[in-house]
Design a protein around this ligand. Structure first.
Ligand SMILES: C[S@@+](CC[C@H](N)C(=O)[O-])C[C@H]1O[C@@H](n2cnc3c(N)ncnc32)[C@H](O)[C@@H]1O
Length: 349
């Protein structure tokens, strides 16, 4: 999967093949405009106004409390970008907006898109990161408000891969106790506990994250089967022989190799014999040439935001092996673009 120029018609295809299309301009100004247009329309509630029926620009502007002429420009930009349709002066939702951007859609990424206003501010600091090598360390500089946006955004994004993870993650038979490290909203634990009726889970995350994520977990109605623990994964005592299953989903990209080795070692101690450690991540292919656009850009993004970066299956398996676990063959996820599960088992003797 990649984002890029798609030529339309024979003339454009020929120009493209001849290298005459100024793709760097499309990759910069058009990509920036597209991103902001979708983000702003989402935050203003533009898509919600058309959830029930097509609408005129005046009605949309009134409902969103926006300026009619400027709203008109935004709506036309969304038609051009394929998010809206326009017929007889009435704007309506294209399938992509109805499926992914309405708050109540079962596939809604509404809150994940709102989180991108934070991402935008992080990405604006890329030049200074490359000049100085100093990452932003986002988790150290958040306010209660941004913690909430972040946790809701994570929950929204987790919707994509959770059903597949719950189905394909090889939990030990009769697993009863699970630890979900950096688990935020706890939705992976919720889905796994629903699939395995005997399972109970503890979701460990930073104290500020737990405060913001508690209402998201509460609305799942799992009671004391899925509970939060406020702690720091880098220093927490995870105990000995306590868990049948430990999940670390989308966390190791925030940490350095040394921090991850130490975390995996503590996880290995905390597992019961026969227990499994699952690292779920956006996986970095072995080389930049094979990483592709998304793999390579997300590696840069995580280095910028947290001093970490993405890791390959081989690197994660190496941490597990060094901790005395037995790595299994990696599982590539179909529903989480670039994502996979690196599973390892603690030997019984
Ligand atoms: C990218 S989110 C992933 C959330 C969830 N596991 C998921 O996949 O949707 C990373 C989470 O790790 C948490 N986190 C970051 N540093 C942490 C640390 N040192 N200890 C515990 N949690 C941490 C963040 O607060 C955040 O909730």
């Amino acid at each position: 999967m990649r984002l890029g120029a798609i030529p339309r018609g024979v003339v454009e295809r020929i120009a493209f093949a001849l290298g005459l299309v100024p793709t760097p301009l499309l990759d910069s100004i058009i990509a920036l405009l597209l991103a902001r247009t979708v983000m702003v329309a989402t935050r203003l509630g533009v898509f919600e106004t058309m959830a029930g029926q097509p609408r005129r620009v005046e009605d949309i502007a009134e409902q969103c409390q926006t300026a009619p002429a400027a709203t008109h420009k935004l709506l036309d930009a969304l038609v051009g970008a394929g998010y809206l349709r326009l017929r007889g002066g009435l704007y309506s939702l294209a399938p992509v907006a109805r499926r992914w951007l309405l708050k109540d859609s079962p596939w809604s990424l509404h809150d994940a898109i709102l989180m991108q206003f934070m991402d935008e501010q992080f990405i604006a600091q890329m030049e200074s990161f490359v000049r100085t090598g100093a990452p932003i360390e986002i988790h150290e500089h958040m306010t209660p408000e941004t913690w909430e946006i972040y946790q809701r955004g994570m929950r929204s994004g987790a919707r994509l891969a959770t059903p597949e993870v719950a189905l394909r993650l090889p939990a030990p038979r009769d697993a009863r106790a699970m630890l979900d490290i950096g688990g935020s909203h706890g939705y992976y634990s919720v889905a796994l506990c629903r699939r395995h009726p005997e399972l109970r889970a503890t979701v460990l995350d930073l104290p500020e994250a737990v405060t913001a994520a508690a209402p998201l977990l509460a609305r799942e109605g799992m009671g004391d089967r899925v509970v939060h623990r406020a702690d720091n994964a880098l220093t927490a005592d995870l105990g000995h022989d306590e868990y049948d299953l430990i999940l670390i989903a989308n966390l190791v990209h925030h940490f350095t190799a040394a921090q991850n080795r130490d975390l995996v070692l503590r996880c290995a101690r905390a597992l019961r014999p026969g227990g499994r450690l699952v690292i779920g991540e956006v996986v970095r292919p072995e080389t930049p040439q094979t990483a592709g656009q998304i793999g390579a850009l997300t590696d840069l993004y995580f280095a910028l935001t947290s001093a970490g970066g993405t890791w390959s299956f081989a690197e994660m398996a190496d941490w597990q092996r060094s901790a005395g676990l037995r790595p299994r063959r990696p599982i590539r996820l179909v529903t989480g673009p670039g994502g996979g599960l690196q599973v390892a088992e603690k030997p019984r003797s």
